[in-house]
Design a protein around this ligand. Structure first.
Ligand code: SF4
Ligand code: SF4
Ligand code: FES
Length: 249
């Protein structure tokens, strides 16, 4: 089996600051970045903090920035890089660092709690309603989300803009609003909520969130743009406009 020594640069530090440190670590055929981080931890940097769990791209824990690109460490093969290329691993930039490669992602949990859960009609009994396959298919894509928060980390609305975090739920949770809004049994009108409380208007559909999603969910095309269209339909629908004029006093 072929092996070589890779130049690895890893951010080490905590909330008070830190720096990039250089290491040389052995790489074997077929290994991913997380393997190399684990080897570094086992042989040279026993106190290196790194969050991971499944090593199969399914738990969403091992998100980091590799050569500046947000990715899952367990799904990034070392063969992506040249043998003489330095591989730089840094923590997610949008969330506060706790230590080394581990960030505090509680922003996302706060935003998740702000989205009202699925709200079916109160009198609906089990078995009363059968969903059409096309309605199932539409939300199926969104439910592949593994909550890795790479999209949340990448979106320029909050990346380097701490001041926008209060007003913006981020692509993952705007997608959740869209998913529930498309659900034929959900009784809440989520359009004003998404626009006014979750900051849908701040999204200018650059698709950067979509580009980094490891589940290849078309966040922008299939969730954010349709949600924007729903909001626009409501605002510019002449019947709705007339209704608002006549009945909103
Ligand atoms: S498409 Fe919208 S949510 Fe996605 S990265 Fe761009 S601004 Fe952010
Ligand atoms: S939508 Fe994709 S990038 Fe965003 S949290 Fe879910 S899996 Fe990760
Ligand atoms: S360790 Fe679970 S997604 Fe990477």
């Amino acid at each position: 089996m072929a092996s070589y020594d890779a130049s690895l640069r890893v951010w080490r530090g905590d909330e008070d600051g830190g720096e990039l440190k250089d290491y040389t670590v052995e790489v074997n055929d077929g290994e991913v970045v997380l393997d190399i981080i684990h080897r570094l931890q086992a042989t040279q940097a026993g106190d290196l903090a790194v969050r991971w769990n499944c090593k199969a791209g399914k738990c969403g824990s091992c998100s980091a920035e590799i050569n500046g690109r947000p990715r899952l460490m367990c799904m990034t093969r070392m063969s992506t890089f040249g043998e003489d290329e330095t591989v730089t691993v840094t923590p997610l930039r949008t969330f506060p660092v706790m230590r080394d490669l581990v960030t505090d992602v509680s922003f996302n949990y706060t935003k998740a709690r702000e989205i009202p859960s699925f709200t079916p009609p109160k009198d609906l009994q089990p078995g009363d309603y059968r969903m059409q396959q096309e309605d199932v298919n539409r939300s199926q894509e969104f439910r592949k989300c593994i909550e890795c928060f790479l999209c949340q980390n990448t979106c320029h609305v909050v990346r380097d803009h701490e001041e926008n975090k209060e007003a913006f739920a981020g692509p993952r949770y705007l997608m959740r609003q869209a998913e529930l809004s498309m659900h034929p049994l959900d009784t809440l009108d989520r359009r004003d909520m998404a626009q006014d409380e979750n900051g849908l208007g701040l999204c200018n559909i650059t698709k950067c969130c979509t580009e980094v999603c490891p589940e290849h969910i078309k966040i922008t095309d299939n969730a954010l743009i349709p949600m924007k269209e729903r909001v626009a339909d409501r605002k510019y629908d002449p019947i709705v406009w007339l209704g608002n004029k006549l009945f909103r006093r």
